[in-house]
Design a protein around this ligand. Structure first.
Ligand SMILES: Cc1cc2nc3c(=O)[nH]c(=O)nc-3n(C[C@H](O)[C@H](O)[C@H](O)COP(=O)(O)O)c2cc1C
Length: 148
């Protein structure tokens, strides 16, 4: 069973990068870093999962996805192949908690499959790995996995 790759963005504080590498260490799931230009300008070869933080914009009206995530989502193929979203946030942001992941879910029609705070706990990593394994069973053998 093919494992869905997780494409993640992490800022310089590296909280999400730590979660992503723990996820990879759990069961070998492929993780791809969207802060690398070659990754964010590539096309996902098949179904994929996004792992993103929320970064509240300067104004109060909206929280935006990181620019690297928006770049990757500019590709229609990447938008089509996105199957689920994992969000990292901080509850101190109140109503804006997980705003980017939830807003993207709303506009894309794809589910938020897991949410955690900051770098997550070991329990968060284990729970997320379990959920993704269930998604592998649904999407890991989708035809687009082989369309490159
Ligand atoms: C400037 C700034 C704005 C943030 N805005 C939000 C927000 O609106 N909602 C939220 O849930 N978390 C928000 N966070 C928390 C981050 O999403 C969270 O710390 C995340 O784990 C950061 O991951 P990273 O360090 O890998 O980039 C914000 C953090 C910073 C520094």
């Amino acid at each position: 069973m093919a494992q869905l790759p997780v494409y993640f963005f992490s800022s310089t504080s590296n909280l999400i990068r730590r979660f992503a590498s723990n996820l990879h260490a759990t069961d070998g799931r492929p993780v791809r870093d969207l802060s690398e230009r070659t990754v964010r300008s590539s096309e996902a070869p098949g179904p994929w999962i996004l792992l993103t933080p929320s970064y509240k914009a300067g104004n109060d009206a909206h929280a935006t996805l990181p620019a690297a995530v928006r770049t990757f989502l500019r590709s229609p193929a990447n938008r089509r192949r996105l199957v689920g979203i994992i969000g990292s946030g901080n509850r101190n942001f109140g109503d804006h908690y997980q705003a980017a992941a939830r807003e993207l879910a709303r506009v894309s029609g794809r589910p938020v499959v897991f949410e955690f705070e900051l770098a997550g706990t070991p329990e968060d990593v284990a729970e997320c790995a379990r959920i993704l394994t269930a998604f592998d069973a649904r999407f890991g053998n989708a035809p687009e996995t082989h369309d490159r």
